[in-house]
Design a protein around this ligand. Structure first.
Ligand code: 5GP
Ligand code: MN
Length: 333
């Protein structure tokens, strides 16, 4: 991170009266973790800091300090619009294009606030006043840690804020196993632990809070909806709204199933299709840099993402979405 830009950002923080921190649609561990990590740090010395998200965060992140204060556009529409309008500084975290914030897009475009983007996705658009874009970094939460370090603000980062950053780094690195995990990642994690973050508690809070319904839903999906295209070393899971309703589906219940499909020794790529908000949402995952999935996501499914984790959408039925994927797949293997 360029020292000059960091100092400029720090100046803006110091002079701002109303700071808003926003993340992307369908917020994940890194989106919420980086936002609350920064939030819990800034509120130590700033009076008015708010976190706004396009839609609700999944329940497995509820333990983080500050989740009660998050306003989401779906449920608090006018409040979020007001906050965005009144803000004089907006942090855009874990996304790099105004199109990634769903129905909040207009509010973001029209906001007169200065904007600081901190993100690790490929191909950033140029909408922010300061852009910290580092596609080789594992997570935005790691970038927040580095930003606070460069800005000499780490003394405000307590164990609660550190736990949020730990969670973002943990989830975006697949618990420190994806290729994006670096020696620096482990050094930052070590610093967080020395600063009072209890790593084992966070793993338990995130991964070991399943309900019986959730486990049954997941096993039913794996039994009934998993398909393997051996020729293309690709696993597919397609889940309809009807499949979800059988076990009292709650947001987040199918999180990570795309990785379960990828765990098959015979595959190096997986795709998870599900019906959501009247369209088909797709998650792609793969093993190794030689099997990128962001290309297929951006070329055919109006999406994008990282080399080994990408996503997109399709307007049509579940079957049509899967059919399209199977048809274009040979181009990418
Ligand atoms: P997930 O499968 O967890 O929803 O998304 C994995 C990654 O794919 C995200 O971190 C994000 O980088 C990317 N991604 C998911 N959905 C979209 C989308 O609709 N558009 C773009 N550009 N990227 C997406
Ligand atoms: Mn991320």
């Amino acid at each position: 991170m360029e020292k000059e830009l960091v100092l400029q950002a720090k100046n803006w923080i110091e002079s701002a009266k109303h700071i808003v921190i926003i993340g992307h649609k369908s917020p994940d561990g890194d989106s919420v973790g980086s936002s609350l990590g920064l939030y819990n740090t800034l509120i130590k010395f700033k009076e008015d800091v708010q976190v706004c998200m396009p839609d609700p965060y999944p329940g497995f992140l509820r333990w983080m300090k500050g989740t009660d204060e998050i306003k989401n556009f779906e449920q608090h529409t006018s409040q979020v619009m007001d906050l965005m309008e009144q803000a004089d500084l907006i942090f855009c975290l874990d996304f790099n294009s105004e199109t990634r914030v769903g129905k909040m897009e207009n509010s973001l475009r029209e906001a007169s606030a200065k904007k600081i983007m901190i993100d690790h996705h490929q191909d950033p658009s140029d909408f922010a006043d300061i852009t910290f874009s580092f596609p080789n970094e594992c997570s935005t939460s790691q970038l927040i840690y580095k930003f606070l370090a460069h800005a000499e603000l780490l003394n405000y980062l307590d164990a609660d804020a550190g736990a949020c950053l730990y969670c973002g780094i943990m989830t975006d690195t697949g618990s420190f196993k994806f290729p994006n995990t670096s020696p620096e990642t482990h050094r930052i994690i070590a610093n967080l632990m020395e600063n009072g973050v209890d790593h084992y508690k966070i793993h338990e809070l995130v991964f070991d809070q399943n309900t019986e319904d959730k486990l049954k839903l997941r096993s039913s999906i794996i039994s009934n909806s998993l398909r393997v295209l051996e020729e293309y070393k690709t696993a597919i899971i397609a889940v309809s709204q009807k499949d979800l309703e059988k076990f009292n589906y709650e947001k987040g219940d199918t999180e990570g199933l795309v990785n379960v499909a990828l765990s098959l020794g015979t595959v190096n790529r997986s795709a998870f299709f599900t019906e959501e908000d009247g369209l088909i949402k797709i998650s792609f995952r793969s093993k190794g840099i030689e099997n990128p999935v962001n290309g297929i996501a951006s070329k055919y499914f109006e999406g994008g993402g990282h080399i080994n984790a990408a996503g997109g959408k399709y307007l049509g039925t579940l079957d049509q979405a899967v059919q399209k994927f199977v048809t274009v797949l040979p181009e990418f293997v």
